[in-house]
Write a protein that binds this ligand. Structure first.
Ligand code: HEC
Length: 140
């Protein structure tokens, strides 16, 4: 527990630098070396979420286009962000939630979608809080 107390502020500082993307709206590269594979994937996941949300609101069959399974292997800007021991656990919860949503009958899509957005929030709360404001917009 003591170790966590020491490491937490350090991690927060590092995460804050790469994860506080709210100011530029995510459209420009956020670091001098360009955007990471993971950051680009995240934007696709977000955009796909916006589209799927609209489909659910219209009562249409959801159609997922983003290659969400890449989350297991994509590299982050800073490996520290993927360091928490929980990262793979959060990533696989998200993948499972997406699989369930992809195969959901229209009547269950809403519920599955909400559960999927919760997996985004869970991981972000623990690894990269900056984009949470934006992710909240995906909520129905
Ligand atoms: C397993 C953990 C995890 C899950 C699940 C997850 N994210 Fe992320 N997300 C991250 C990490 C780590 C970063 C930082 C990536 C980087 O800077 O390289 C990130 C970055 C982002 C960004 C900022 C990208 C940019 O422009 O730099 C957005 C937006 C985002 N995520 C949205 C989402 C959405 C929407 C979902 C669910 C559909 C989601 N995330 C699920 C870990 C996760």
């Amino acid at each position: 527990m003591k170790k966590v107390m020491v490491l937490l502020p350090l991690c927060c500082l590092l995460l804050w630098q790469a994860c506080s993307d709210e100011k530029n709206g995510g459209s420009k590269p956020l670091n001098p070396n360009g955007d990471s594979e993971l950051a680009l994937l995240m934007r696709q996941m977000y955009d796909d979420g916006v589209r799927v949300k609209a489909q659910i609101e219209k009562g249409e069959q959801v159609d997922i286009q983003v290659d969400f399974e890449k989350i297991m292997a994509a590299k982050a800007t800073d490996p520290v962000k993927m360091q928490p021991a929980e990262y793979p656990h959060f990533a696989s919860s998200y993948v499972e939630a997406m699989q369930a949503l992809r195969n959901a009958p229209a009547a269950e899509a809403r519920e599955r979608y909400t559960a999927m957005v919760a997996t985004c929030m869970n991981c972000h709360e623990n690894t990269c809080p900056g984009p949470m404001v934006r992710i909240k917009k995906l909520l129905l």
